[in-house]
Ligand binder design. Structure first.
Ligand code: HEC
Length: 235
């Protein structure tokens, strides 16, 4: 009798625990190139993510040659990866106002602000991401944003990608390698001469981009490839 009761209770436990199991959606990995389309975002709009959002801002606006890359480490600050940011940029998790990293990007005195002139102040959206990331504990977190290779356009896919990963180093008179990526006109030049795809694909003979940062997710590289194959249009 006791054994029967035991099994009945066990069955109930198993059944009810199954019922409460969350529905697990297939995890699509944009890093490996398998299942190379990410139609479901794992990015919570209320959260900020270091690897997906903060690091691209730091790489293209701060970890440049002559500034906060590994070689030059101005003021001892290196902003090329999580470990170095946490070790050198005086980030106080949970307290943006007490963090130098946040202080310098919001500084009103133009002589103290980062990035310094002639670079522009970071956009409000970029500053907001860095605030939120520190406020939420400055974790080494990541998420996968929607990446669709079936409907690739310049305005919807390519330009936003270049704006968040490249433009900090590729605009104005100081543009890296004299490659300006701030307009369709100029982006189409490197799209058509093969350098855009070769650089993000890390092909031999071309400088790998984004310089000093992680390789773009495979799905993003596919979007660039598809856009170029379809004629690199201003769509
Ligand atoms: C941290 C600064 C930085 C970032 C971020 C960056 N670049 Fe560059 N880029 C450079 C510099 C500097 C050069 C000149 C070559 C060199 O020093 O590697 C360059 C060169 C290039 C070239 C010419 C390559 C060649 O060998 O002729 C292309 C194309 C390019 N970048 C595209 C991009 C794209 C696309 C992105 C974003 C996905 C990007 N870059 C992000 C700094 C950067």
């Amino acid at each position: 009798m006791a054994v029967m009761l035991f099994f009945t209770v066990l069955m109930i436990l198993v059944l009810t625990s199954c019922k409460h199991e969350p529905i697990v959606l297939p995890k699509i990995n944009t890093e490996t190139g398998n299942n190379n389309v990410n139609q479901q975002s794992t990015c919570d709009p209320d959260s900020a993510y270091f690897q997906s959002q903060v690091l691209p801002i730091l790489i293209s606006n701060c970890a440049k040659s002559g500034c906060h890359n590994v070689q030059d480490h101005e003021e001892g600050v290196i902003l090329n990866n999580y470990a170095n940011v946490m070790a050198t940029a005086d980030v106080d998790p949970g307290r943006p106002g007490n963090s130098d990293l946040y202080d310098v990007i919001t500084e009103n005195d133009i002589d103290k602000r980062m990035p310094p002139a002639p670079a522009n102040r970071l956009s409000d959206a970029q500053i907001d991401i860095i605030f939120k990331w520190i406020d939420q504990g400055a974790q080494n977190n990541t998420c996968n944003d929607i990446c669709d290779t079936s409907n690739v356009t310049f305005s919807g896919s390519i330009f936003p990608l270049i704006q968040s990963n490249c433009i900090g180093c590729h605009t104005g008179s100081t543009a890296g390698g004299q490659v300006d990526l701030s307009s369709y006109q100029n982006i189409s030049i490197v799209a058509n001469n093969g350098k855009l795809l070769a650089s993000v694909n890390h092909d031999i003979g071309v400088n790998p981009m984004p310089k000093g940062g992680n390789k773009l997710p495979a799905c993003r590289i596919d979007q660039i490839r598809i856009w170029i194959q379809n004629g690199a249009q201003n769509n």
